[in-house]
Design a protein around this ligand. Structure first.
Ligand code: MN
Length: 203
């Protein structure tokens, strides 16, 4: 029961102009696939084949770094793609999510500003996240392929939304302009997905 690359939930050019087709082809077909291939090798080498992401994340601190990097690489990218939608199709924050954004993050503008700052402030490669932690929304960033579900995470919680701020996510179109990529990111957020994850996390 090896890990496989999950299907992309839209065409390679569906997120244009924010994510161009060429970037998507490299990012999904090459980078994401490589994490899948290397995860299968890493779990075999570590003797933990056939386990779920939840099982691996729960004991990640005890596993080789190749499992950590590639399990995160697969899961985070799948979560990233699922949280995006073509411009104009992603809906809007639910009333419940909007109220939580107001209460916990100071409103939508402050939320976007803080999320983008988390992405910009991540030195090197990593991710900016919106998570639910102890019933409240929180913005965090993680290095490399780490996430808030791994047992060693300083900031634990249920992910709702993520932006990939590795250079491979934006360099072909935006070159060094990570801020421009993060500004454009908001027009392809799949709020319908975020709303459902928020409802599930709140129980
Ligand atoms: Mn990536």
């Amino acid at each position: 029961m090896a890990f496989v690359l999950p299907p992309l939930p839209y065409a390679h050019d569906a997120l244009e102009p924010v994510i161009d087709k060429e970037t998507m082809s490299f990012h999904y077909d090459k980078h994401h696939q490589t994490y899948v291939d290397n995860l299968n090798k890493a779990v075999a080498a570590a003797g933990v084949e056939g386990q779920s992401f939840d099982e691996l994340f729960a004991k990640m601190s005890t596993l080789p770094v190749a499992v950590r990097n590639n399990a995160g690489g697969v899961w985070n990218h799948t979560f990233f793609w699922d949280g995006l939608a073509p411009v104009g199709t992603g809906g809007a924050p639910s009333a419940e999510l909007a109220a939580a954004i107001d209460a916990d993050l100071g409103g939508m503008d402050a939320f976007k500003e803080a999320f983008n700052a988390a992405g910009l402030g991540r030195f090197g490669s990593g991710w900016a996240w919106l998570i639910v932690q102890d019933g409240k929304l929180k913005i965090i960033s993680t290095p490399n392929q780490d996430n808030s579900l791994m047992d060693f995470a300083e900031e634990k919680g249920a992910p709702l939304l993520v932006a990939d701020v590795w250079e491979h996510a934006y360099y072909l179109k935006y070159q060094n302009r990570r801020a421009e990529f993060l500004a454009a990111f908001w027009s392809i957020v799949n709020w319908n997905t975020v709303n459902a994850l928020f409802a599930a996390a709140k129980g």
